[in-house]
Design a protein around this ligand. Sequence first.
Ligand code: GDP
Ligand code: MN
Length: 381
Amino acid sequence: MDLFEYQGKSLFARLGVPVPEGRVARTPEEARTAAEEIGGKVVVKAQVQVGGRGKAGGIKLADGPDQAFAHATDILGMDIKGHTVDIVWLEQASNIAAEYYVSFTLDRSVKKHLAIVSAQGGMDIEAVAADTPEAVVKMHIDPVVGLTNWQASELVYRAKLDRATARKSAAALRKLYEAFVSLDCDLVEVNPLILTDDGEIVALDSKVTLDSNAFFRHPDFEDFRSAFTEDPMEKMARQRGLNFIKLDGSVGIIGNGAGLVMSTIDVVALVGGAASNFLDVGGGAGADTITNALEVLTNDPTVKSVLINIFGGITRCDLVAQGIVEALEGLELQWPIVVRLDGTNAVEGREILRGVVSDAVIPVETMREAAEKAVELAGKG
Ligand code: GDP
Ligand code: MN
């Protein structure tokens, strides 16, 4: 998950990387108040997950609260490369003496971390690398050892960062690397890391990508997620522990195992229909899971029919059937459900479904038949 600049900076601040003091604002009024609280000159920065905000007019210097209000009025709602600005970040303006580039990523090919440092920050690093490759210094870091003091110093020396403040730069590099590791990041990029007129090293921008596979180790990251406008259905499904992705069609899909769900989506397309979602209930799905899955789909008005495709392994088909029965009792389902059960306890499962007194549940033998039936019913819906 990519963080907004202000979110990345809040993590930096927590870990001791110097950042300018700032506030978030969602309205021009909030921007005015933020500027009053910060005091002096402030920079108003569009919060979008795309680079080059400066060039696009998404970063403006204000000499006080009134101008901050005016800039926020301009920037909020602005479209930057297809991203609408809903949030601005206001921070104390910095006096820049030099702009550096720093990033830490994982280099999978050598199973090591990669540090990239340049004294020519502030601009597009790809352009710097193309024009003056010698100005971009790269160094691999052994993830077991971490970034040592001498390596940090060597990076500063080789990248020709300011000599007088070399110690501070090296310390900032080590703190950023610590952040990269301790927060389980895929990327930490600071462009620019600046040297101020007073000889301080400050992170003026932040681009942080968190590894979502490590979220369980960072419960506090939930707050970051809530700042993004998440699809309400995807959110609902996630809260129920389901893997759900919204698609464009009208056939609701429920299956167990990502591979089976994807194949089901393909077969639905093959017979001329389109899936309205990907929904994997995972292995060992019981009655509750199926009820939950159907409940999520009831909130999607684009669904016209539902296809449940279960291959029983650890998952028991009788429990799945039980879940369908329970859902029928508890929920008001607006569409027919085509069910294909195979594998563990499939016979028992079909038996349970046959006992359901409803036209809305249609047991079908094969995947192809099931898809054809579901597509046909969706067309009628
Ligand atoms: P990006 O264009 O999206 O990468 O946004 P950045 O946060 O990197 O800002 C772009 C440029 O705006 C920086 O490289 C600086 O030159 C300039 N800038 C940002 N904040 C300040 C500030 O507080 N003072 C000054 N003088 N310039 C700033
Ligand atoms: Mn930048």
